[in-house]
Design a protein around this ligand. Structure first.
Ligand code: UDP
Length: 363
């Protein structure tokens, strides 16, 4: 059997900030499910390791107990690395250490210092998928060190994200993909807009609510409330805006609402690594209006599949909403089909996994 057709034994280690299915992990949850599903479809063997209470979505899953990790976004850039007692992150990696000889490759989905630090101590190669831009000096330093010690093992989602670590040249860029059959196209939207994401300050939901108030177009808000005080403040500041909060929805429920919207608004106040919600919206034929910042700039085709507007400008959002008739919704769906299908995702990740395991499987 040639190296390129050897089927791999893969161990995926999930994020330690929440159980899979909770929404607390943000886009990394969907990315993990989708890469896993596509690898299994291609015949690779795979096991997911995730915090207790995780939902496996019919994928093979080992649940590990322990306390969750604090999210990196809530800490300062210079904060030291923090681990709770009985850390689920440490427990998952202890499990990985014990079973590593049964696998060709471990894939790390955690945005945390520990898995990078542990890399040289493992016999099994480790591929790290970095799911956010640079936020912590300590994490930046260890990522840089591993990128140089183990070339090609660190993957980013977009060039813009890789640039925040000054690692654009050295590292593979792996954009996400989705199961397009789960997202239905709708030609005739209702008079409403969508906002989908974790409800946390870096996502800038208040700007979308302000745009909905100015245009008087109802805004359907979907996502996990990660920061309750932030959410309460938005409710207080915009009591009369025509928004409606629908909760954290399943992919199917979410796409049923999104596809009937005139557009999705994305209002990141940080450098979004990728922006799964952008490709999910496009898959429904729904254009995306987003600040010209971070990963979505590499996804949205300005004036074709959405609009890229001046960062933090609510006026920019409002002006783009007025131009939505210029967008052909079929072009949006077509972009998702050509660039962000599960098979396109699988080609990108499979190539990366083979490149990281090459030395091992040639032995
Ligand atoms: N999401 C969901 N249900 C909701 C709202 C959001 O499943 O009601 C998911 C969405 O599918 C996406 C993720 O939450 O995969 C948000 O990921 P994104 O990459 O846009 O941002 P992140 O949270 O990683 O910063």
């Amino acid at each position: 059997m040639s190296t390129s057709t050897k089927l791999l034994k893969l161990l995926f280690i999930s994020t330690p900030v929440g159980h899979l299915g909770s929404g607390l992990g943000g886009g990394v949850e969907l990315s993990l499910y989708n890469v896993a599903q596509e690898m299994i479809r291609r015949g690779h063997q795979l096991q997911i390791v995730a915090p207790a209470d995780s939902t496996g979505n019919n994928l093979p899953l080992v649940q590990i107990p322990g306390n969750l990790q604090i999210i990196a976004q809530s800490q300062s850039r210079t904060a030291p690395i923090n681990m709770p007692e009985n850390s689920v992150l440490a427990n998952m990696w202890d499990y990985a250490r014990q079973v590593q000889n049964n696998y060709d490759l471990i894939v790390n989905f955690a945005y945390d210092w520990l898995p990078f630090y542990l890399t040289p101590f493992f016999d099994c190669p480790i591929a790290h998928l970095v799911s956010m831009g640079s936020l912590s000096n300590a994490l930046d330093a260890i990522i840089k060190q591993i990128a140089s010690q183990f070339p090609g093992t660190i993957g980013f989602h977009t060039q813009t994200q890789a640039e925040t670590f000054a690692l654009k040249q050295q590292c593979p860029i792996l954009s996400n993909g989705i199961d397009l059959s789960l997202y239905n196209f709708c030609t005739q939207p209702k008079h409403q807009l969508a906002w989908v994401g974790r409800i946390a300050p870096e996502k800038g939901l208040e700007d979308a609510v302000a745009a909905s108030q100015i245009t008087n177009i109802p805004l359907k808000i979907m996502g996990k409330i990660q920061d309750d005080l932030y959410w309460q403040k938005i409710c207080q500041d915009y009591p009369n805006a025509p928004w409606e909060y629908l909760g954290f929805l399943s992919t199917n429920q979410m796409q049923q609402v999104v596809r009937e919207c005139k557009a999705s608004l994305m209002t990141p106040h940080w450098i979004e690594a990728f922006g799964n919600v952008a490709i999910e919206s496009l898959a429904c034929g729904v254009p995306v209006i987003c600040y010209r910042r971070g990963g979505p700039v590499e996804i949205i085709q300005d004036s074709k599949t959405g609009f890229l507007v001046e960062p933090d400008s609510v006026t920019g959002l409002v002006n783009a909403i007025a131009r939505l008739d210029e967008i052909n919704r079929y072009t949006c769906r077509h972009q998702a089909e050509t660039e962000f299908s599960l098979s396109a995702l699988g080609d990108r990740f499979e190539k990366w996994f083979y490149s990281v395991t090459l030395d091992k499987i040639l032995l």
